[in-house]
Design a binder for this molecule. Structure first.
Ligand code: F3S
Length: 284
């Protein structure tokens, strides 16, 4: 029997990089206080494990002021310009783990704002990444999440627009929203800032599931991208299992099984993936 692990399973490039930065700080800055601004990833186990190594999560600037000075890590979502400046003013040593793809959006909107453009961010206004991007724009910025919002946009066409997107936004929806703005006659600079890590993970999962006899998707029960992966795989392979850790896996495989596929959501750490993979390899 063959086990096929998706290459894109688990952390994307930006999250991997952020996790590495946290571990570097733990290794190299012993004795210092280490904080992350928000949980570094949406995985309770990982956050707990890091807490055991002295890494504390800070959730707001107010909370920060009550803390002993130390190293403050900005996670891959990034933060608003004002927030990063205030962090420095508060006397913390900043380790910026903003994903370079997100940082590129910050640079774009900052430049385009300075040139006098109105910025349109296509994304979820409540998402920290979008809040961060907004904080690199000037005052003239709008967030558009739905087709309806784009249709209702009625500001004057005199001002040029720059449209960017949240990195995890759906590409087709982004295209539809841009089209609405174009039809309204705006002069637009469209910068497609969607990151294809999520798309790649989904495409690969689908490919593997379509040829696998059984498929295992590892991810948090609250992780929407993991649930999506499960749905995609289930459509291709009836025998698809959704688990958080190896403890949840009750796999019974008939002798005829030739290929078991494994993939994992964006916040699943490598050690869990490895554990599941080794278990399947050794037990079937
Ligand atoms: Fe990950 Fe960065 Fe893309 S955090 S999803 S690689 S934008």
């Amino acid at each position: 029997m063959e086990v096929k692990l998706a290459k894109s399973a688990g952390f994307c490039f930006g999250v991997k990089r952020a996790m590495e930065k946290v571990h570097e700080q733990i290794e190299n800055e012993r004795g210092k206080k280490i904080y992350t601004y928000g949980p570094i990833i949406h995985n309770e186990e990982v956050v707990k494990e890091l807490a055991g190594k002295g890494v504390e999560v800070i959730n707001s600037m107010e909370e920060l002021h009550s803390k002993e000075k130390g190293i403050l890590i900005i996670r891959s979502h990034g933060v608003a310009k004002e927030v990063s400046e205030k962090m420095k003013e508060a006397g913390f040593t900043i380790v910026d783990a903003t994903c370079p793809f997100v940082k590129r959006i910050h640079n774009t909107v900052e430049k385009e704002s300075t040139e006098g453009k109105r910025i349109v961010i296509v994304g979820n206004p409540g998402h920290p990444e979008v809040e961060g991007i907004k904080g690199w724009c000037g005052k003239d910025v709008v967030i558009v999440e739905t087709i309806e919002e784009a249709e209702h946009f009625s500001e004057s066409v005199d001002k040029k627009l720059c449209i960017v997107s949240q990195t995890t936004f759906n590409y087709n929806k982004f295209k539809d929203i841009v089209e609405i703005f174009e039809k309204k006659g705006y002069d637009i600079n469209v910068v497609n800032t969607i990151c294809n890590a999520t798309q790649e993970r989904q495409t690969e999962a689908k490919e593997i599931a379509s040829i696998a006899d059984a498929m295992i998707v590892i991810g948090g029960t609250h992780s929407s991208n993991s649930k999506k992966l499960y749905e995609i795989c289930k459509e291709e392979c009836e025998n698809t299992h959704f688990i958080q850790t190896l403890d949840d896996l009750y796999l019974e495989l008939p002798k005829s099984v030739r290929l078991v596929g494994i993939t994992a959501g964006a916040s699943t750490p490598n050690n869990i993936i490895e554990e599941v993979q080794n278990y399947v390899r050794l037990n079937f």
